[in-house]
Design a protein around this ligand. Structure first.
Ligand SMILES: [Zn+2]
Length: 145
């Protein structure tokens, strides 16, 4: 990306994997100008390349300021919880987050073993299918696989 008279880019807000609100940090619909929307990881690359001050000239200032605030929520090891926590700061989104969690609780209640299997697979860094295959081997061999 060149530092010149290009139209300013907007930053797409981090999404929960199960709900794409499709909005930018400044609250516009990302679909209105898809060629001028970048993802948060691309902002990191931009800053590495140009530094904070020069990058700010390439980006919508509202997006950039909100990205700087929002980055607190997904930096470090907060992961998905950071995105969820940030979503929950908006009252309308908080209602959605509470519905999500209530639905998750119902899913866990209906499928407890699958939930534990998927959770264990994620913790082990493998797919649920790989985890299930390992569990089958363990069950067949009656011990450590
Ligand atoms: Zn913007």
């Amino acid at each position: 990306m060149q530092v010149n008279d290009e139209p300013l880019k907007h930053i797409r807000r981090r999404q929960l994997p199960w709900r794409d609100s499709g909005i930018t940090e400044c609250g516009r619909l990302a679909s209105e100008f898809p060629e001028r929307v970048i993802f948060t990881d691309a902002v990191d690359v931009l800053i590495q390349q140009y530094g904070v001050q020069r990058s700010a000239f390439l980006l919508c200032i509202t997006c950039f300021e909100r990205w700087q605030t929002g980055a607190y929520y997904w930096r470090g090891n907060k992961g998905l919880f950071g995105t969820l926590e940030r979503e929950g700061q908006n009252n309308r989104a908080l209602a959605d987050v509470n519905l999500d969690l209530a639905a998750l609780a119902k899913l866990v209640e209906a499928h407890p073993s699958e939930f534990l299997q998927i959770r264990a697979a994620i913790a082990a860094g493998i797919t649920p299918e790989e985890f299930a295959a390992l569990e089958q081997v363990r069950t067949r061999t009656g011990g450590d696989a």
